[in-house]
Design a protein around this ligand. Sequence first.
Ligand SMILES: Cc1ncc(COP(=O)(O)O)c(C=O)c1O
Length: 357
Amino acid sequence: MKTLLLNPGPVTLSERVRQSLLQPDLCHRESDFYDLQDEARTRLLDAYKLDPQKWAATLMTASGTGAVESMIASLVPADGRLLVVQNGVYGERIANIAKQYGIEYLALAHDWMSAPDLAAVARCLDTEGPFSHVAVVHHETTTGRLNDLHGIGALCALHGVQLLVDAVSSFGAETIDFDAANIAAVAATANKCLHGVPGASLVIATHGAIERAASRTYYLDLGRLARMQAARNTPFTPSVHAYYALVEALREFEDEGGVPARHARYAALAEQVRSGLAARGIASILPPEHSSVVLRAYELPRGVAYEPLHDALKAHGFVIYAGQGDLSKQLFRISTMGALTAADIERLLQAFDVLTQ
Ligand SMILES: Cc1ncc(COP(=O)(O)O)c(C=O)c1O
């Protein structure tokens, strides 16, 4: 029995992407590698129809956190100040990154179950500033909530502040209005909504932001990575096979219809899970209109702890995901990323039937 991953990345691979890992051994100092790198960078901009005159995609060998760390540590200048809007684990991680690098920051912390309070963000920008940057997580995977990027971006535009976005678990499947939202940079990864493998991540940033970048980190220096990649070069040995998989995943992504198609596919699967679990008495913790299509969180059935639920579903071929921190006793999470079908979800629901009978 094939195990299907319903955790938020790495995802169940398509056969096409899996086979791409078997391509020839490739030296990263050969022109073939730079062709691969160029194709990935071009396709990443194309995914959101971004103008290469304004935007550049920069690859790095890291997980999603590496891309977020590169963005924060490189783009907030030495005399800058960061407002971190946080409502979950990943927002808190941005604040921890800022702290680690000695970046001056203010964390606007919300309860993990709450949406960012736009009035509070506006108040902070008005009275606690000046800030050079605001950072926010687009899809806060802690709860599955899709944060209002547009609303926060509009406040940033009003205050002349640049927005840095952790889109690690939304890039490729949720709308991101790059131009309207005063965005300077977006961090993402290959192995979530793009359906690649772990090991490659990326930052899409404006050329202006890259030109002003002054990194506090050596390895994740976004300015150097961007400049060298623009010149068909790379400072270090990249995860070549993860790049193979990313490029094949991006080709497949385009063939399947890009962001709108992936959004629609995830939305249908997520709704199938939500309505199927609701019919079995298991409620989602957020209404669909506040949730991403990528992942949803559900109340653990009364009297059922996460571990036995996880183990029983794993025995049926499905890996689900625990809640984080204090939420671990209250909820579990199901992602609909990866090569999953409606028939897979039907089998998942039948597995719940067996468990809850
Ligand atoms: C929103 C968000 N940011 C950052 C990360 C960290 O990604 P990684 O585990 O690849 O470092 C995750 C992982 O789930 C995420 O969902």
